[in-house]
Design a protein around this ligand. Structure first.
Ligand code: NAD
Ligand code: IPM
Ligand code: MN
Length: 356
């Protein structure tokens, strides 16, 4: 089994190194091949997603990805910016289903900024459509405003769009995920304002006919953001579009104590996938050795479960993470008094030790 390892920028290499350590002690015949991506790809090959990196990702059985982006690349033309690497990988590999599980480990109930009683026992799954929506819709750009009071001025524009088949396939993923859990699905939309999301809602209702055992409800995205911090435990599975899912999953991350705890899987129709933490390259803490590697380690566990057929090894990693948290070991983002503050590499070592 071949795993493409793409560390990327900022804290990417630091956190991926910890996940690689963990994969190495599992005693599985994994072949791991590394390639540059993002700003690192631009430096190495003049492009955020070098051809050789894309080819490796296409050929591998799974991809483990760190993070991309750095403020120093913000002035580059958009096609050359680091973020194009992750967008390009998602589009090229057809990774339309992004699973972001927000689970609160009981030991971290005090690490969340929300009251422990609001978050304790939290276990929700956000399913974000990942290859459509305003992220990829054409046309887009800056042009001369054709009408209205600002006619003749420059205007920026993007296009929100979803094809029926795109909505149907993510709906099936969401209903099937709900069937394996508490059988409750909330579709998050903005049908009160946007044509695209009225259409989204209509298709969700239609696909629901094939899953009568799942309870479907609909919520506007603004209310969903509020409910996520008011009473997050009332959700089981949430499904939404690319942009709303991006925003809601960062908010949900804080329910788990830190964005450094939220893993993700991005899957195609055959469960081939790319696995990455939900957070970014955190340039503000890069190089300091203090980033939390657990979201990346938990993403590697998701990779074992969803793409490599090794659910037992995924369980082992998740149990090792629980053990380390029980031991009171914490990176600064999840630190509380009475615990032991450790760095990125020590956290990786602690998970490895818990596995042995
Ligand atoms: P970010 O997620 O990188 O950081 C937000 C905040 O969370 C920062 O204060 C950071 O220090 C903290 N944080 C993030 N991960 C952490 C971890 N593992 N441990 C401890 N603290 C952590 O978001 P941002 O600052 O908005 O973006 C920075 C760069 O990352 C940008 O270039 C952005 O485009 C990029 N980005 C990339 C990805 C990706 O590669 N998939 C995802 C999000 C953002
Ligand atoms: C994420 C990130 C990306 C996104 C960026 C870096 C393109 O925020 O993976 O959540 O918006 O999808
Ligand atoms: Mn994001």
């Amino acid at each position: 089994m071949k795993i493409a390892i793409l560390p990327g920028d900022g804290i990417g290499p630091e956190i991926v190194e910890q996940a690689v350590k963990v994969l190495r002690v599992l005693d599985e015949p994994f072949e791991m091949e590394f390639a540059p991506v993002g700003g690192a790809g631009y430096e190495a090959a003049g492009h955020p997603l070098p051809e050789a990196t894309l080819k490796l990702a296409q050929e591998a059985d799974a991809v483990l990805f760190g993070a991309v982006g750095d403020w120093k690349y913000d002035s580059l033309d958009r096609p050359l910016r680091p973020e194009q690497a992750i967008l390009g990988l998602r589009k090229n590999l057809n990774l339309f289903a992004n699973l972001r599980p927000a689970i609160l480990y009981p030991e971290l109930a005090g690490a969340s900024t929300l009251k422990p009683e609001v978050v304790s026992g939290l276990d929700i799954l956000i399913i974000r459509e990942l290859t459509g929506d305003i992220y990829f819709g054409q046309p887009r750009g800056v042009r001369e405003c054709p009408d209205g009071p600002f006619k003749g001025q420059r205007e920026g524009f993007d296009t929100m769009r979803y094809a029926e088949g795109e909505i149907r396939r993510i709906a099936h993923v969401a209903f099937q995920a709900a069937q394996k859990r508490d059988k409750r699905l909330t579709s998050v939309d903005k049908a009160n304002v946007l044509e695209t999301f009225q259409f989204w809602k209509d298709i969700m209702i239609d696909v629901h006919k094939e899953y009568p055992d799942v309870a479907l409800d609909h919520m506007y995205v603004d209310n969903a953001a509020m409910q996520l911090v008011r009473a997050p435990k009332k959700f089981d599975v949430m499904v939404t579009g690319n942009m709303f899912g991006d925003i809601l999953s960062d908010a949900a991350a804080m329910l788990t104590g830190s964005i450094g705890m939220l893993p993700s899987a991005s899957l195609d129709a055959n469960n081939k996938g790319l696995y990455e933490p939900s957070h970014g390259s955190a340039p503000d803490i890069a190089g300091k050795g203090i980033a939390n590697p657990l979201a990346t380690i938990l993403s590697a566990a998701m990779m074992l479960r969803y793409s490599l057929g090794k659910a037992d090894q995924a369980d082992r990693i998740e149990n090792a993470v629980k053990k380390v948290l029980t031991q009171g070991l914490r990176t600064p983002d999840i630190f509380e008094s009475g615990c032991t503050k450790i760095g990125t590499a020590e956290m990786g070592d602690a998970v490895v030790k818990a596995l042995l």
